[in-house]
Design a protein. Structure first.
Length: 158
């Protein structure tokens, strides 16, 4: 039996379900598309398209069809770009969260409860925000640099 890396990869690909394959393909496409469509060249091309469209207005007597062309085109592009932008933003946010979680986990004095904050309810996030506001206020009032204050210490100051 062929045990080359290519053969192993093919075997692995065959075992993956359809959703995983589509998801991976979209991820790769979204990354490449966001790199291309987020460039200055893509912006320049969009400007050229708009200028050409505007210049053709007199030729088409600024008709409803002429207006419909740009409206339809921009609507379709906007609709598709929403999905691309959301995909890349979700991935970037997840990567940043994981990196921050690793930093929190690695620092000995960091509060490990801060890992996975995005999973907290709005009420829990508000309470935590209030704790950090009190840390800042206490540091300002004391003129000290309070890098590590236990939440219990803040509660006892009330």
């Amino acid at each position: 039996m062929d045990r080359t890396p290519t053969a192993e990869l093919r075997k692995h690909e065959e075992q993956r379900d359809f959703f995983c394959v589509v998801s991976d393909a979209f991820r790769v496409f979204a990354r490449k598309a966001s790199a291309v469509l987020g460039s200055a060249w893509a912006f320049a091309v969009a400007i050229v398209i708009i200028v050409v469209w505007a210049l053709t207005g007199p030729m088409f007597h600024f008709s409803d069809t002429w207006q419909l062309i740009i409206n339809t085109g921009t609507t379709i592009v906007t609709f598709l770009m929403v999905f691309l932008i959301q995909n890349t933003q979700n991935r970037d946010a997840k990567a940043v969260h994981l990196k921050l979680d690793e930093i929190i986990r690695a620092l000995s004095k960091a509060r490990n409860e801060l890992v996975d904050l995005e999973a907290l309810s709005d009420e829990e996030l508000s309470r935590l925000e209030d704790q950090f506001k009190r840390v800042r206020t206490k540091a300002e009032n004391q003129g000290t640099n309070m890098r590590h204050v236990e939440p219990e210490a803040l509660e006892s100051d009330r």
